[in-house]
Design a binder for this molecule. Structure first.
Ligand code: NAD
Length: 331
């Protein structure tokens, strides 16, 4: 018995990295899987239909059920076809994992419109489009009297939530948007039995992170804190009919799962008369405000050479040339 027996799942960006691990685990746990991936380069350009098919074939050869889909999540018609593929191939859809991703890092002063649009288009618009296509299908099923547990797991990131990364204005904005979309969708879609959560992988070694200082080559199955499969058990649980959790964001680093608390209100000040800018400035100066650099530098502890990474980030925050070099090395 697998935890996903009888479930039919779509996993976007499942041809490489984290999504591939999700697809393999979902199949081992009994799900029928639509392996969606157009097979792009890390920056989202190009396409290679063999990438999704290779993962689908691996699943079938191990006795599982899988079909490949090469549509782009960035295309709303493609997003609809991804959902249709599940229904046509397997007769229904129960779980969606929005995992597809690209990266176009650059210092904000160098970032081109197309770099911003391409990243928002895959991560944020893509998550929206696939979610909407699935939600429309589930809304119709519910109206037809078919109500059961359905789930969406979105993929967020520390960049944009807990540890915004320099050179990722596009990616951080997209991932913060994914976190916000998750909470709103979890409220709206519960009427159709749909749970919506997000998982933020931290330092999983894939082609997107292989140049991050400190995410070193693997040290072997089970002992590798950066293995790309670390988020898959949580993603599978959140996608199972046995799970009741909704509206949450979890960060996963190695075997540690942390609940994300998101934006929350801290200390407050209230004027006994309408504020003047000057009075407000004086009152704000008394507050204990967090510099976004602090959680970022603290989070580097989880890399295997934190001091080297911290020195690089400190230099990048002061020196545009180092920031530029960081952008190209992180991509
Ligand atoms: N690796 C990490 O540590 C880490 C950390 C935080 C978040 N993430 C997120 O995890 C997800 C997976 O990233 P990864 O590290 O495995 O990278 P990856 O490059 O190995 O995998 C991403 C996959 O998405 C596919 N893709 C790109 N554009 C697509 C599109 N338009 N439609 C469908 N698929 C598309 C790519 O072809 C690729 O196979 C991404 O959303 C990424 O932002 C990763």
């Amino acid at each position: 018995m697998g935890s996903l027996d009888g479930r039919i799942a779509v996993i976007t960006g499942a041809g490489n990295g984290i999504g591939r691990e999700h697809a393999l685990l979902f199949a081992r746990e009994g799900a029928a899987v639509v392996v969606n991936d157009p097979g792009t380069a890390p920056d989202g350009s190009g396409s290679d239909a063999s990438v999704a098919e290779a993962v689908a074939r691996t699943i079938r050869e191990a006795g599982g059920r899988a079909v490949a889909s090469t549509d782009s999540v960035a295309d709303p018609a493609g997003a609809r076809r991804i959902v249709d593929t599940a229904v046509e191939a397997f007769g229904d859809l129960h779980a969606v994992v929005n995992n597809a991703g690209n990266l176009r890092n650059a210092p904000l002063v160098d970032m081109e419109d197309e770099d911003f649009d391409a990243v928002l288009g895959v991560h944020l618009k893509g998550t929206f489009s696939v979610t909407r296509a699935a939600a429309r299908y589930w809304s119709a099923r519910t109206a037809a009297g078919d109500r059961r547990d359905r789930s969406i797991v979105n993929t967020a990131s520390g960049s944009g939530t807990f540890t915004p990364l320099p050179t990722q204005a596009n990616y951080a904005a997209a991932k913060a948007g994914v976190a916000a979309l998750t909470t709103v969708a979890s409220l709206e879609l519960r009427a159709y039995g749909v749970r919506v959560n997000a998982v933020a992988p931290s330092a999983h070694r894939t082609r997107l992170t292989r140049n991050v200082p400190g995410v070193s080559p693997g040290t072997g199955e089970g002992a590798d804190p950066y293995a790309p499969d670390r988020s898959s058990p949580l993603t599978a649980h959140l996608s199972s009919a046995a799970c009741t959790i909704t509206g949450q964001l979890f960060q996963v680093h190695d075997r540690t799962v942390a609940v994300g608390r998101g934006w929350s209100l801290g200390e407050r000040i209230r004027g006994d008369r309408p504020w003047t800018p000057e009075a407000l400035g004086a009152a704000l100066a008394e507050l204990d405000l967090t510099d976004p650099a602090d959680p970022l530098l603290a989070a580097l502890d989880r890399l295997d050479d934190p001091e080297r990474a911290r020195a690089l980030f400190r230099r990048a925050l002061e020196d545009p040339a180092t920031l530029r070099a960081m952008a190209s090395s992180l991509t």
